[in-house]
Each structure stands twice: as structure tokens, then as C-alpha cells.
Design a protein around this ligand. Sequence first.
Ligand code: FE2
Ligand code: FE2
Length: 248
Amino acid sequence: MTMTDYAFCKGLEYPSIVEASQRVAWTVDDIFANRRFDATRRTVPDSWVGTEHLAFLGDSEQRTLNHIRAFSYAHLLGNFEEFIPVQMSEVTGKDWHDDRPRLRALFRFGEEEMKHQQLFQRTEDVLEASCGHSIGRYFDPNKLRVTVFTKAVLGYPLMARFLLLTAFEFGTQRHYVESVQAGNGGGSDPLYVDVLKAHWIEESQHVKLDVLETARLAAGMTPAEVSEVFDGLLGLGGLIGETFVGQV
Ligand SMILES: [Fe+2]
Ligand SMILES: [Fe+2]
């Protein structure tokens, strides 16, 4: 089997991924443009927090929990993305002689994730400044936890990591859409919606690349080997689950 035999690769090719990625690129300063979050309102959809049914919480307590949830999303995702540039350099280091468009797509992908880390770091800082108080972080500023987490992730098979990335990327689309829909009924902060949108715009290029890379790896594997990769994906899910518990 070759990678082009997979139906899920139909219409996907590296040159158009690079072209789209150049067309939609943004900077963190473009997104923030000296704006702040409006701490008198909720930042993310209520569905992200899931505490509406807790009648003993007053309005301001619900709002504070909402701000904390908005913070935790940026904090966790920013740290999850730490392994991605390392993974892209792993692939380009191995296939450095390959087609230029594929290498450019992989390098751009890695660089964009470095930028996303800055986007989420800025989101954390501006959210705290807007709220007037600090918010607890699972990942410490000395980067001890993110180092342990990143090393653990990188210990899994490459294809399992590409599948994890695909899940993250489809997730960013859902989070953006949910935030816009919540905005229609009142809820999501406009700056936060812009952060989610900017992230998703680039992630929607990454998802194409990840699908192609997954197909490339799967083409050389037996069904038993592919099955092992899915066991690895479960392990990765466990690592992510630990960070959720830690941040809560
Ligand atoms: Fe990202
Ligand atoms: Fe990405």
C-alpha cells in the first residue's frame, strides 16, 4: 500500500498546504493589538465550565470560574504544544533530502507552534492582568513539569504522536465554533474568540499535514503494528488526562 491509496488523503498535497499557510499567517501582536479581556463578563462558553447547575455559586463566582477555565485552556494547550517543533525537527532531520514543499510544510508547522506557545503565553498574561489577580498553573515557570511531560510524549511512536496532533487540531476547530455560537447568545469574550480563531486558522493547515504524515507512516506498517500505535495513543491520552487533573 502507498500513502496515496488512502481515501483520507484525497485532494491533500504539500505545496498547497505551504501556500495556504503563507496566506493566512498572523502575528501575536496582530491578534492582541493592545486589547484586554473584559473581566466583567464571562470569557468562554458556559459549556466549557459545566458549573451552571451548581446553585450555590453566585454570578461573580461563576464568572471567576469561567475566567479560570479560559486560563486553563491557554495554559494547558500552550504547554502541550512544546513537543511539536521537536517532533517536526525529528522528521525533517531524518528526511532532509526529501521534496522541498514537504520540508517547508514541516518547518513552517514547527515554527507556527512556537508562535502558538507565545500566543497562549500572552493570553495567560493578559487574562491575569485583565482579572487583576493571578491564576494557578499546573506547569511551573521553571519548566520542570513541561520537560517531564514533553519527554514522556516523545517516547511514544511517531505515528501515535501525529494522531494525537490530529485530535488536538480537530479540537481547536470545535472550540472556535463553540465560542462563536456562544457569542450569538452572549458569552464569549471577543478577544478570546479572536485567539481561538487565529489558532484554528493555522491548525487547519496542520491537520492536512498530519494526515499526510500519518498515511506515509501507515503505508509501511502491518495491521498489527498499526494496532500497537493505537495502544500508544491511549497512553498519550493518559498523559494528557494527568495534566487535566493537575490543573483542576
Ligand atoms: Fe498550535
Ligand atoms: Fe498545530
